[in-house]
Write a protein that binds this ligand. Structure first.
Ligand SMILES: [Zn+2]
Length: 519
């Protein structure tokens, strides 16, 4: 049965080059999208860039360029990076797309007509970094908590979306749907935000043009542009053809949002209420992940420790970087990156374990079976154990990936790899082959190892797409992913046809020297 899977990254703000944080969220989505496609699901993977607001206008002014030129340049950097990394997104949306701007205006008018937007004079402390007025909760020692800069006192007339009157509805919805926001700690945080009602007033959704022109004009007042978050969140609707595209209802009914914890509030509080005021059903789940620190420190432009995914790809191959990100972070918790840790993991898991199994299996197939997958004889107990381990691994990977436990899915694959390595040690075909009487057993051992490699490649395909494709090509079945269905085809034994021509190839992951000054 085919399910529908629609998943979104946040759209990335175009004031920085892509770094480890953006890359992680996109790697998760790419992995999930690839897995769901292999499972036969109707899949849509949306990513893109968020391009309006004060910060872009500020950067553009510093650079002596127009906001549009600045947005074009940074957005292109994201898009070309994502393409160079091989991400399999179905659409790359930009909030400056004319179609998106039209949708935002339609929605603003609709919500305004429904009486959910009002006009009011307001005085408060405004943070240019946050692009909004701050509440007491946002300020610490006179500075914005997130930006560590002093907010400015501003007095303005603006349009507000009624959100506080929907707080009790939203709190009730979250209580009744315990996994609406997950993991649980972020659900609790969202509920706490709603409870401290005084800290969160109604949402200011406009900016006077005299102060900021770079935005989508309010359809009911040409002196104002729309607040950047209101415009940005709507990308999740525009991306799949809201309001009347043929795919909209199907995808919207299955939408999963993925964000880092710094943007919990707009996604957990503003967005469900915005959807309610538009008369649309809320999303299925908001899935929140933690932060990466680098060498034990918070990533920041000033520290220059943002970690360029392109540099990682050039130095180690992108699959090695993907593997590290997916293996080291427990979804929802924080994790730490260092290049030394990446090198150690790559050497231990990918070069020594996976790479070694691939090379010795295919080298022995070349040596003892003329480079063709041999025909297996009757399986013994050891072979039956490997078959059972394969179907066990397929089931564990499927369950883990569907609960976003990427590290557990990889653990399951590598535990299976360990089983196959132990099996080879026990059968020791390099010794057994010395006696022609063992020919049958050697053929069975090599068939079992080749078939195990096929299973491993299918299970790795969503996580390490280049590596999986390479293993399948060496096994002589380069098109296997085009017809494979997961998890069934990974759990099924005996798919590889005897007589298939295999090839040896170079080391999948060359060992990398650990830098001398490393800890
Ligand atoms: Zn701020």
């Amino acid at each position: 049965m085919s399910d529908t899977f629609y998943a979104t990254t946040p759209i990335y703000y175009v004031n920085a080059e892509p770094h480890i944080g953006h890359t992680y969220t996109t790697v998760i989505l790419d992995t999930l999208a690839r897995y769901h496609r292999l499972a036969g699901d109707d899949t849509f993977f949306l990513t893109g860039t968020d391009e309006h607001g004060d910060k872009i206008a500020e950067i553009a002014a510093q650079r002596g360029a127009s906001p549009q030129e600045t947005a074009d340049e940074y957005s292109a950097a994201f898009r070309s990076t994502w393409e160079a990394l091989g991400f399999s997104f179905d659409r790359f949306i930009r909030t400056t797309d004319p179609g998106h701007q039209r949708v935002v205006q339609e929605i603003l008018q609709k919500v305004y007509d429904a009486g959910e937007i009002y006009f009011q004079e307001y005085e408060g402390l405004y943070c240019v970094g946050c692009e909004r007025f701050l509440t007491d909760r946002d300020i610490e020692g006179g500075l914005c908590r997130d930006h560590e800069r002093a907010p400015e006192k501003r007095r303005e007339s603006n349009y507000f979306l009624r959100i506080t009157s929907h707080f009790s509805w939203l709190a009730g919805y979250i209580e009744e749907h315990p996994d609406f926001i997950r993991p649980e700690r972020y659900r609790n945080e969202a509920l706490a935000m709603l409870r401290e009602e005084s800290g969160l007033g109604d949402l200011c959704i406009s900016r006077p043009k005299e102060r900021l022109e770079w935005g989508i004009e309010l359809p009911f007042d040409p002196d104002y542009v729309c607040y950047v978050w209101f415009d940005a969140l709507i990308n999740y609707l525009t991306g799949v053809g809201y309001p009347d595209g043929p795919d909209f209802e199907r995808y919207w009914g299955a939408v999963e949002h993925f964000v880092a914890k710094d943007i919990l509030k707009p996604h957990a509080i503003f967005w469900p209420i915005m959807l309610k005021t538009m008369g649309l059903p809320v999303y299925q789940h908001l899935n929140v992940h933690g932060y990466w620190s680098v060498d034990g420190r918070k990533i920041s432009k000033s520290l220059g420790n943002m970690v360029s995914p392109i540099a990682m790809k050039e130095r180690y191959g992108f699959d090695a970087f993907r593997y590290f990100l997916l293996r080291e972070m427990v979804f929802g918790l924080d994790a730490t990156f260092s290049e030394t840790a990446l090198i150690r993991r790559t050497n231990a898991d990918l070069a020594n374990n996976l790479g070694n199994l691939v090379s010795r299996t295919l080298n022995m197939t070349a040596l003892f079976a003329g480079g063709e997958v041999p025909k297996a004889g009757e399986p013994g107990d050891l072979e039956r154990e490997i078959q059972a381990a394969a179907s066990g691994a397929a089931a564990r990977v499927d369950a883990s990936i569907r609960s976003y436990e990427f590290h557990r899915a990889l653990e399951a694959i590598f535990e299976f790899l360990d089983c196959v390595n132990r099996y080879l040690e026990t059968r020791a075909p390099w010794k057994a082959a010395k006696d022609p009487a063992n020919a049958d057993q050697v053929a069975t051992t090599l068939y079992t190892s080749c078939e195990a490699l096929r299973v491993i490649a299918l299970l790795l395909a969503a996580f390490l797409p280049e590596t999986a494709a390479e293993i399948l090509a060496r096994l002589g079945i380069p098109d296997a992913l085009q017809t494979a269905r997961l998890p069934d085809d990974a759990g099924r034994w005996g798919v590889l046809e005897p007589g298939t021509a295999t090839s040896k190839g170079a080391a999948l992951f060359p060992r990398v020297e650990v830098p001398e000054k490393a800890d």
